[in-house]
Design a protein around this ligand. Structure first.
Ligand code: MUC
Ligand code: MN
Length: 369
C-alpha cells in the first residue's frame, strides 16, 4: 500500500552559467519525489525542469504544490504494486502536469522493480544495451571557452558529441560561432545545435543552409513548437536531420509529427512525455514511422537521469545517442554512488529498480526549508 508521498526541492549550483535562448541557468532546482509503501519499500522519481517557467508550463513550485494537494491524496492507500492501475487513475483525473506524473510513475516503477528484484529497464520491455552515448552541451556563451571545454571533454574521453545552444544572437553571429567550433574540433566530432524555438521560418532557412554546408549533424527545434507546418517544410527542404523537442509532449504529438512527416528525429524526454510508459509509446511511434531517436534531458540530477537511461536502454534504434549529462552540470552529487560515465558512454545501472539511491545527508543540506 502507498503510505506517503513527499516532494523535495533542492537547489544545486551549476558548474558554470548555462546559456539557453530562453534562460541562463546558474542553479538547477531538482524536484524529487519519494513514495513510501507499507512493505517498507520506497521508490524515487524526478520532475526537474529548466528555468522556472521559462522552458515549460510546470515550475518546481507548481509541481510540488500539485502533487501535495491533488495527486498524492488520490494515491495514498492504493496498492503500491499495481502501478498501471495507480497511473490510470491519475491520468484520468488529473489534466496536464506531465512532469509531476512522470515523477510519480518513476517512483512507483522504481519501488515495484525493487520489490521484484529487477532493474527498472526490465519492467519497460528489457534493455538491449548496457551503455548509452552521451552528448555534452556547450553553452558558456563564449566561442573560445566552448572550444576549450570541448577539447577537455575529448581528452577525458567523456564526450565526442557536442550540442551548441544558439538562438539568442543574430543568425549570422550564431552560425559563425558554431562553424568556428566545428572547424576547431574537426570531422570526427559530431557538432549539433539546439535553437530552442528562437528562429522564424525565414531565419531557419538561412541558418540551416549555412549550418548544413558547414557539416553540422543535427538541428534541434529551430522554430516555435506550435509551427509543425514550418517544421515539415524545413524537413522536406534540407538533407541535414531536424529534431523535434519542445513540440513533443507525448504520444499524440508523436503521432501528429509522424502523420505530417514533420521531423527526422524525436528528442524523447520522460518528463515532457508525461512518464516512462508514454515516453516508450513516443519511441514506438518513431519506430513505426521511420523516425530516428535521441534520448533527451531536462537537465535532471541522478534520479531522473537514471530513469531516462533505463528507458533509453530498451530502444532498439538510438541513432543520435543521448544527452544524459545532467548530473555532470551540477556542482553537487545527490546520489550515494554516482552514475558512471566512461569512454563517451553512460553505463546503465544494473541494480534493482533505478539502481541508484539519493544521499539523504546531501539532500538535507540542499533542500529548501
Ligand atoms: O534540450 C533542451 O532544450 C534542454 C536541455 C538539454 C540539454 C541542454 O543543455 O538543455
Ligand atoms: Mn532542446
Amino acid at each position: 500500500m502507498i503510505t506517503n508521498i513527499e516532494v523535495i526541492l533542492a537547489e544545486v549550483p551549476t558548474i558554470r552559467p548555462h546559456r539557453l535562448s530562453v534562460a541562463t541557468m546558474h542553479t538547477q532546482t531538482l524536484v524529487l519525489v519519494r513514495v513510501r509503501c507499507a512493505d517498507g519499500i520506497e521508490g524515487w522519481g524526478e520532475a526537474t525542469t529548466i528555468g522556472g517557467l521559462n522552458y515549460g508550463e510546470e515550475s518546481p513550485d507548481s509541481i510540488k504544490a500539485n502533487i501535495d494537494a491533488h495527486i498524492a491524496p488520490l494515491l495514498i492507500g492504493m496498492e503500491a504494486s499495481q502501478v498501471a492501475k495507480a497511473m490510470a487513475k491519475i491520468r484520468k483525473v488529473i489534466q496536464g502536469n506531465r512532469f509531476a506524473k512522470c515523477a510519480i510513475e518513476t517512483a512507483l516503477l522504481d519501488a515495484q522493480a525493487r520489490r521484484l528484484g529487477v532493474p527498472l529497464s526490465e519492467l519497460l520491455g528489457g534493455r538491449v544495451r548496457d551503455a548509452l552515448p552521451v552528448a555534452w552541451t556547450l553553452a558558456s556563451g563564449d566561442t573560445a571557452k566552448d572550444i576549450a571545454e570541448a577539447e577537455k571533454m575529448l581528452e577525458l574521453r567523456r564526450h565526442n558529441i557536442f550540442k551548441l545552444k544558439i538562438g539568442s544572437r543574430p543568425v549570422a553571429d550564431d552560425v559563425a560561432h558554431v562553424l568556428a567550433i566545428k572547424k576547431a574540433l574537426g570531422d570526427s566530432v559530431s557538432v549539433r545545435v539546439d535553437v530552442n524555438q528562437a528562429w522564424s521560418e525565414l531565419d531557419a532557412v538561412r541558418g540551416i543552409a549555412a549550418l548544413e554546408a558547414g557539416g553540422v549533424d543535427l538541428i534541434e527545434q529551430p522554430v516555435r513548437a506550435e509551427h509543425m507546418a514550418a517544421m515539415a517544410r524545413l524537413t522536406q527542404r534540407f538533407a541535414v536531420a531536424l529534431m523535434a523537442d519542445e513540440a513533443l509532449h507525448g504520444p499524440l504529438d508523436a503521432l501528429a509529427f509522424a502523420r505530417n512527416e514533420a521531423t527526422d528525429v524525436f528528442a524523447v524526454k520522460i518528463t515532457q512525455s508525461g512518464g516512462l510508459v508514454p515516453a516508450a509509446q513516443v519511441a514506438t511511434v518513431a519506430q513505426l514511422a521511420g523516425i530516428s531517436l535521441y534520448g533527451g534531458t531536462m537537465l535532471e540530477g541522478g534520479i531522473g537521469t537514471a530513469a531516462s537511461a533505463h528507458l533509453f536502454s530498451t530502444f532498439g534504434e538510438l541513432a543520435f545517442g543521448t544527452e544524459l549529462f545532467g548530473p555532470l552540470l551540477l556542482t553537487e552529487e545527490v546520489l550515494r554512488t554516482p552514475l558512471v560515465y566512461k569512454d563517451f558512454m553512460l553505463q546503465v545501472p544494473t541494480g534493482p529498480g533505478l539502481g541508484v539511491a539519493p544521499d539523504m545527508d546531501k539532500l538535507r543540506d540542499l533542500r529548501r526549508h
